[in-house]
Ligand binder design. Sequence first.
Ligand SMILES: Cc1ncc(COP(=O)(O)O)c(C=O)c1O
Ligand SMILES: N[C@@H](CCCC[NH3+])C(=O)O
Length: 426
Amino acid sequence: MTAVERHLLSDNTAVGADGMLTVGGCSVADVAAEYGTPVFVYDEAHLRSRCREAVGAFGPERVIYATKAFLCRAMARLAYDEGLLLDVASGGELHVAMSAGVPASACTLHGNNKSVAELRQAITAGVRHIIVDSFDELDRLDMLAAEGCGPTPQVVLRITPGVSAHTHEFIATGQDDSKFGFNLGNGDAVKAVDRARRSTSVDLVGVHCHIGSNVFEASSFAKAAEVMANFAVPLDLPELVLGGGLGVAYVAGEEAPTITQWGNVLLDACDALGVRSRVSVEPGRSIAAAAAMTIYTVGTIKTIPGVRTYVSVDGGMSDNPRPVLYGSGYESFLPRAVDAPRDLTARLVGKHCESGDVLSFEARLPTDIAVGDLLAMPVTGAYGQSMGSNYNKITRPPVVFCADGDAKLVVRRETFDDLLATDIYP
Ligand SMILES: Cc1ncc(COP(=O)(O)O)c(C=O)c1O
Ligand SMILES: N[C@@H](CCCC[NH3+])C(=O)O
């Protein structure tokens, strides 16, 4: 069987003179030796290049990085410095972004159930837009205005356009049966626009939709853009936000549209329908996913003749939960043998106390894989670290940004003391 497809690795990867994989000019073995494993290794120039591609496709201040995909202060700053705005989906994400020096005026607040405290935090900080998701949220904003909380927030209404995207049902959001947004089909969207227009508690500046995540079909995006353009044009509001959702290739044979192609599909659809609003997008995965790989150490190899081989690594569902949550596939390979054929089919598993702790159901690996080998899982830069947990009180891995031969620690590994930091013992 074949070696890992090089196009699944980040832009600035190579094989060093010693045969070891390098990322951003840094030997993966050196990074692992310095920071231990598991470790998330990001190719910083790859992140920057995707940010630039997005700004090139949509224009300055039209790309809002969805921080839920991957957020730490270094990432918030990087995206902001590259000209992106930041989409935050909680008070915590807003706090991290602002702690990195990103002004609130560059942040937009999302959420289907924002608390009064989160809305107050966003308004007093002066966020750029609040993306309002429900009539109850409009009630809460009325209450905050009556309380004197200001300035009056600029709001964008999240519309559920009734467009089903082909993706896992847990991450599809544009269909009528959704917890998110005001449904277009049943008239709620029109009612919300009327109410927001008449309200003195909010300043309505636009409408928004997001049909789901890890979507590959350009036609789903074109359909949503068309539905939203038809809704938005008569409203004549300054902002139209078309969400994120662009898919990425995770495994061999997969191919996703580029950010530039995605931009063409969305902007062409809007142009064709005469949209005059500013059109923005909120990419997360397409900026961050392929920029990172997780490096593990192989600890146990168990072969059950006639059944299968299990390869266990020193992390698992606590650092990359997507296989368990969505049955997602990932490739894996050995950084010491990037181009080696992978003739062993094994189940790649973590170290957690359950059989469901799977990283790859049918991993292909070189037959000489041995205990102590480093193992790399590419395309783990989005929704891995950000959805990680402390299950089994395993300490969360560090994050390292590699560029120009320099490996910079941007999130340190948690310590056992961190595990006790919030624990109150009589
Ligand atoms: C409102 C909104 N915007 C943007 C995103 C980012 O999506 P993605 O990471 O798929 O680009 C999401 C997550 O799916 C979202 O819910
Ligand atoms: N966590 C999801 C994406 C969530 C999208 C957020 N709106 C994933 O890993 O695919």
